[in-house]
Design a protein around this ligand. Structure first.
Ligand code: PLP
Length: 357
């Protein structure tokens, strides 16, 4: 079976873990700090703050921007549930805005209709690693005095007109095992704002700047140096791993003809966290999954149920909205393996089997 994802773990990652174990200092320390420096440099952001996972990054970023009960945050219904849950963790209300069928990202032209006097933030998601129309979101935010907090969990290395995602607004990344670079579990916030960075650091570790003096109600969302050591090695691989994903995607774009392949707009530096096609023309997506799996090709459905249809969202009374594009895409999307460990024969087999659908 060709897996839908597979982490790249080399000798350097293994050695890095052994070095931390030998040092006897496992918790957040010098390696985490170095990782933050590398992350800030790579994304072009002024600050980077490492966290235990990407969900914690989103949660802390919202809190640092003062999002709380009574506030509304606009986000996508077509995302991993962490985007939405992080808003709920703050006591705020997620407000869904439907997506564009070609990019799967929030449709900027629908955002202003969703803004109310309670709206405080927009959380766009760079789904599958395809950067969304940030210029449009930033302009809307400026007009309405909102903040933009990006869910960039799938978008490390992505760019807009050459400028890295992470350098525009406060942005949240994930280093979960399946992401483009990873350390098992990990997260990162980038920001250009000194005060936000300080708040994030406080909230990450029990509100402490001075040991055992607690300024705010904080959490334990620290990253361990064991994780940071792996992520540091992965940072060095980012460019080659991204190039390999793009090359794999380019092969599929050229050779897959039976289904709709991903659309990428000019200036959008997609990093193909997922290579997601749409099964349309009356063909059954679920039959396609079965056929590919039987042929030895792993597949993913990201995501089978939009956020506004999830049980806990409906129970909160937030499901009574119509998101026709997200609802349709949930029935059509199919992600194919695109990770850097695919061989040429894998690529050929995947394209061949997809074209038989
Ligand atoms: C992975 C992911 C997250 C959460 O990251 P974790 O590290 O798993 O907590 C949030 N949003 C999106 C879109 C993701 O893909």
């Amino acid at each position: 079976m060709i897996p839908i994802s597979k982490p790249f773990i080399g000798a350097a990652e293994k050695q890095a873990v052994m070095d931390v174990l030998d040092s006897g200092m496992l918790v957040q320390g010098p390696r985490t700090e170095r990782l933050e420096g590398e992350f800030a440099r790579t994304t072009g952001a002024k600050h980077a703050i490492a966290l235990s996972n990407g969900t914690a990054a989103l949660h802390i970023a919202l809190l640092a921007h003062g999002i709380g009960p009574g506030d509304e945050v606009i986000t996508s219904p077509f995302t991993f549930i962490a985007s939405v849950n992080s808003i709920l963790f703050c006591g705020a209300t997620p407000v869904f805005v439907d997506i564009e069928p070609d990019t799967f990202n929030i449709d900027p032209s629908l955002v202003e209709d969703a803004i109310t006097s309670r709206t405080k933030a927009i959380m766009p998601v760079h789904l599958y690693g395809n950067p969304c129309e940030l210029d449009a979101f930033n302009a809307i935010a400026a007009r309405h005095n909102l903040v933009v907090i990006e869910d960039a969990a799938q978008a490390i290395g992505a760019t807009l007109c050459g400028r890295p995602i992470g350098s525009f607004n406060t942005s949240c990344f994930s280093l979960y095992a399946t992401k483009n670079i990873m350390c098992g579990e990990g997260g990162m916030i980038t920001t250009n704002d000194d005060d936000i960075a300080r708040q994030c650091r406080l909230l990450r570790s029990h509100g402490m700047e001075r040991r055992y003096y607690h300024e705010v109600l904080g959490y334990n969302f620290r990253m361990s140096d064991l994780h940071a050591a792996i992520a540091l090695v992965q940072m060095e691989r980012l460019e080659t791993l991204t190039a390999q994903r793009r090359a794999n995607a380019a092969y599929f774009n050229e050779n897959i003809t039976s289904v709709l392949t991903p659309q990428v707009r000019n200036g959008h530096g997609h990093v193909y966290h997922q290579y997601t096609v749409r099964v349309t023309d009356g063909k059954s997506r679920d039959a396609a999954v079965k056929q590919l799996n039987e042929a030895g090709i792993g597949t993913g459905i990201f995501y089978p149920l939009p956020a506004h249809c999830q049980k806990h969202i409906v129970e909160r009374g937030l499901g009574n909205v119509h998101m026709p594009v997200a609802e349709l895409m949930a029935t059509q999307v199919l992600s194919l393996p695109v990770h850097p460990l695919l061989h040429t024969t894998d690529l050929e087999k995947i394209a061949y089997e997809v074209n038989r659908l």
